[in-house]
Write a new protein. Structure first.
Length: 161
């Protein structure tokens, strides 16, 4: 994916606007555009997930279109229990500097590496970008190869509550 089409750049901008609207799942009033199944936020995330979720998509393309993830995790176990874990959010105080720099600018530079590469543990060679639809109840995730800085796979987590 050399360039992002105008359609998906626009969808990314739409998502970034929608993610700032507090709905029921974010402590605000119920809002069909951001809370409902097949609401505007859900449909936008579905389209972005289909487009950027293809194996080999550069992580920088996701970050460019969708902005920083709501959370970055090193394992799905960590992600599935996100509502129980007090860990920092990207850009928050105490964030891991290795992932707080994952802005899409300068990916691959020593100063903006997405993950430490000194460890031999295979699980530390991946990271999960999490983009929330309805808080920790439903979110889109991208599994990223931290060395190649590209998508391995992508899917949805649904709490099914």
């Amino acid at each position: 994916m050399a360039t992002i089409s105008a359609e998906y750049q626009a969808l990314g901008q739409s998502f970034q606007s929608l993610r700032n609207i507090k709905g029921h799942w974010d402590g605000g009033d119920s809002n069909p555009a951001v809370d409902n199944f097949n609401g505007e936020k859900h449909q936008t995330l579905q389209k972005l997930g289909e487009y950027f979720g293809r194996r080999g998509t550069p992580a920088s393309a996701i970050l460019q279109a969708m902005g920083q993830p709501d959370e970055v995790k090193q394992s799905m176990d960590e992600a599935f229990h996100a509502s129980l874990m007090p860990g920092p959010m990207l850009g928050g105080t105490g964030a891991n500097p290795a992932i707080a720099n994952a802005t899409g600018a300068g990916l691959g530079d020593m100063s903006t590496t997405m993950m430490p590469t000194t460890t031999k543990d295979a699980s530390s060679q991946v990271m999960y970008f999490i983009y929330k639809w309805r808080g920790n109840h439903d979110y889109l995730w991208f599994k990223i190869d931290a060395v190649k800085e590209a998508v391995i796979e992508s899917s949805w987590y649904h709490a099914m509550e």
